[in-house]
Design a protein around this ligand. Structure first.
Ligand code: NAD
Ligand code: TYD
Length: 345
């Protein structure tokens, strides 16, 4: 990290998909950096995702909730910056039950901002999402565009951003926000479309495509996303938000086709199911603001998908442990009306 003063980071939510990739990449890249992870270890977080760094003397793990003020105080006291990944992160779960999303994504962010203010941290980086812009019919979202979230998940992420801005304006907390697009790669919990489709294909289960499968997302490989977060942390201007996207627009059907081809499975596994309520059909980002900071995506959708399918093929035990009883209870609730063969016995 180019800023000599950012020597010790508190990474909240660092046992999840993107947070753990950030921790692994930063510790490998910056030999002087110390990282403390604070994570509640919900269904989405696991120490397995941090196994690569657990023996590293520059790494520490604390199990705790970002809503717990005392736990946050203890963890935040000696660090230079907080990078907040902690969140409930899946849109479909927010449509079933939004309470935990308000609690963690909004109230938890407030607790972290209070700590950043109290301890005069040098930076506070909020990992946000392109979903705060809502459905984008035409053109590309720019950072000044109004936020128009349409799902409970994106509403809580937008609420968190409002608090982040307020703490910058009111108290001078040196905040940064990244708005990343749909991210994929190794260690992603198999509820989001790409790891769900890959693991279903490997299990010979149907791939449930919402509606007609025409909704598009800008898929970003996780290594590119975490490199962008590190770039903004080092070089971003406090008070600003930065879009992070790869620029590719890929439909749900195209994701399914890519997965089936790479896994050598038949097209008959595609299954069109009832559409998601309030489905945002398109996200698209203008990424001009982050470019002068020295970032652009490096991994194409095709290459990223090859790497990802290969990882899930080689890490069968990792994803099978996540697709156990609780997962199928959620799956039955979310994908109502699936034929019996769509769920393992
Ligand atoms: P994830 O669901 O894989 O991981 C979330 C992590 O947060 C888990 O380790 C979980 O245990 C932890 N956590 C949840 N509640 C907590 C709490 N109250 N206290 C402490 N820890 C808690 O999520 P992800 O996909 O890695 O996303 C990380 C961040 O990036 C989120 O803020 C998300 O909104 C944002 N984001 C995700 C994507 C994406 O495509 N996955 C895209 C853009 C932005
Ligand atoms: P998802 O991975 O849940 O991310 P997002 O937060 O962007 O909704 O979904 C990505 C896209 O894939 C979105 O258009 C909804 C669609 N989708 C399906 O068609 N089937 C599925 O089972 C899932 C989870 C998503």
């Amino acid at each position: 990290m180019s800023q000599a003063s950012l020597r010790h980071l508190l990474v909240t939510g660092g046992a999840g998909f993107i947070g753990s990739a950030f921790v692994r990449q930063r510790l490998a890249t910056d030999p002087d950096l110390r990282v403390t992870v604070l994570d509640k270890l919900t269904y989405a977080g696991s120490l397995e995702n941090l196994a690569e760094v657990t023996g590293n003397r520059r790494f520490a793990f604390v199990q705790g909730d970002i809503c717990d003020r005392a736990a946050v105080d203890r963890a935040a006291k000696d660090v230079d910056a907080i990078v907040n990944f902690a969140a409930e992160s899946h849109v479909d779960r927010s449509l079933l039950e939004a309470g935990d999303f308000v609690q963690t994504d909004v109230s938890g962010t407030l607790v972290l901002l209070e700590a950043a203010r109290r301890y005069h941290h040098e930076r506070f980086l909020q990992v946000s999402t392109d979903e705060v812009y809502g459905h984008v019919a035409n053109g590309r979202s720019r950072e000044e565009d109004p936020l128009a979230p349409r799902s409970p998940y994106s509403a809580t992420k937008a609420g968190a951003e409002m608090l982040v801005n307020a703490y910058h304006e009111s108290f001078g907390v040196p905040t940064l926000v990244t708005r990343g697009s749909n991210t994929y790669g190794p260690y992603q919990f198999p509820e989001k479309i790409i790891p769900l489709f890959i693991t279903n294909a490997l299990q010979d289960l149907p791939l449930p495509i919402y509606g007609d499968g025409s909704a598009v997302r800008d898929y970003l490989y996780v290594d590119d996303h975490v490199r962008a977060i590190a770039t903004v942390l080092s070089n971003g201007e406090p008070g600003r938000a930065y879009n992070v996207g790869a620029g590719a627009e890929v439909s749900g059907v195209a994701v399914a086709d890519a997965v089936l081809e790479l896994c050598a499975k038949p097209p008959s596994l595609k299954q069109f199911v009832t559409d998601r309520p309030g489905h945002d059909y398109r996200y698209a980002l203008d990424v001009e603001r982050i470019r002068p900071l020295g970032w652009q995506s490096r991994i194409s959708f095709r290459d990223g998908m090859r790497l990802t399918v290969d990882w899930y093929q080689r890490n069968d035990a990792w994803w099978r442990r996540r697709k156990e009883t609780d997962f199928w209870t959620y799956y039955r609730r979310n994908y109502q009306g699936l034929p019996s063969g769509a769920i393992p016995k």
